[in-house]
Design a protein around this ligand. Sequence first.
Ligand SMILES: *Cc1c(COP(=O)(O)O)cnc(C)c1O
Ligand code: SF4
Length: 456
Amino acid sequence: MKPSESNPRFRQDVPQEMARLDHRDLRDDEFWRAIPAYAQLSRDEFNDYRFQSRNCVTSLRKLQQVIGEKMDPAFYRDVEEGIVRSTMSLRISPYLISLIDWENPYDDPLRIQFLPLGSQMREDHPELRLDSLAEQDDSPVPGLTHRYRDRALFLALDTCPVYCRFCTRSYAVGLDTEDVEKVHFGALTDRWQEVFTYVESRPELEDLVISGGDVANLKAEHIEHIGMRLLDIEHVQRMRFASKAPAIMPQKLITDRAWTDALIRVVEEGRVRGKEVSLHTHFNHPVEITEITRGALEPLVQRGVIIRNQTVLQRRVNDTPNTMQLLVQRLGWLGVKPYYVFVHDMVRGVEDLRTSLQTAIKLEKQVRGLTSGFNTPNFVLDTMGGGGKRNVHAFEVYDRNNGIAVYASPAVRPGDLFFYFDPIDELSPEAQDRWRDPIHRASMLEDAMQRARDCE
Ligand SMILES: *Cc1c(COP(=O)(O)O)cnc(C)c1O
Ligand code: SF4
């Protein structure tokens, strides 16, 4: 019996988008064969992580070798200018290169995230700082940020399998580009020792984020060393390893068995001791998730590894309800918990990627209710100057005309107020003029601060 027969009041007119199942359609073709340099590769050859890491596109010349005549000289000139103006090194895996739609790379969500084009760059916001989250100010020992009371961020190394244009840690991550003299951490075990000693000395620390860089670039024995060393500290109850590998090089999990097994051993040892060890990853768009991804994550899911996802909200990448809904549903289908969607941090050279706070607020409304609350991401903004993460809706003041938001953060920095700024090119022409005038600018900031103080 159909439900409609038993209950005539049952609504038949379910909106079409509520019935969609396309999040389950994972790409399973040999899509890499459309790329001239990969046309001859078998599934096994393409899915070997050594092939993937050795053949990353790291320069314009390499891109030309791989894509060849598919693109014209004007496109390559645009890339060249983008690379010169970029704050991040270039490094794109063959997996990502193959998923880009080279018929229309200008609008492709993966191209936008990983390959800069000079023609699409915009001037930075005048209030922008390189380390806008002030991570270095909250750093008691090199490579550790202790901002929140019970948890800390351990930057174990400073390299990644690919480099993302939007990286928040462009002050530290990646090789030097022409633009930025980076602070070097280096994966030195001496430095790690200092971090472990600090964690031991702070009984309030219960939760460690092990990040970088990307822990995919740590050797298997280093994953195990760090994990077991931290599990030995009595007050450490939770830890997460942060890696973008599932999203940008799922082959790492499939064919680097030593690495994956080391991670699983730490998770299982944690479980025996009643401690939670999880994997945090970073998918931004549903096209990043293919059948290869499912194959990479399934063994972890089967072993009970908790996998959570953090997404960076980016203009023209994932700023529409349709894309964000599909991403959230697809992650849920794979057993990955959507944890956070971050409003893009204020970092240099990527103003074209930032959205307004208003965009995030609208998207949050479109996503909540789509699936279980435990599979629904929190839309947050990491405030400038070290106030930490705030729910996007929780502003004290949001002046949409001038694109100025002010947040309080009583559990992190009581008594202080923190700014966030919408991208100027999304404001009205009048507001853009106000930003150009230094006197107007100062009074807009002062005015927003005063209104926020009045709220308290
Ligand atoms: C995000 C973050 C953490 C972890 O915060 P959660 O809300 O637990 O994910 C810890 N330290 C720093 C500096 C962070 O930015
Ligand atoms: S993988 Fe993470 S740390 Fe590395 S460049 Fe991308 S965002 Fe930055």
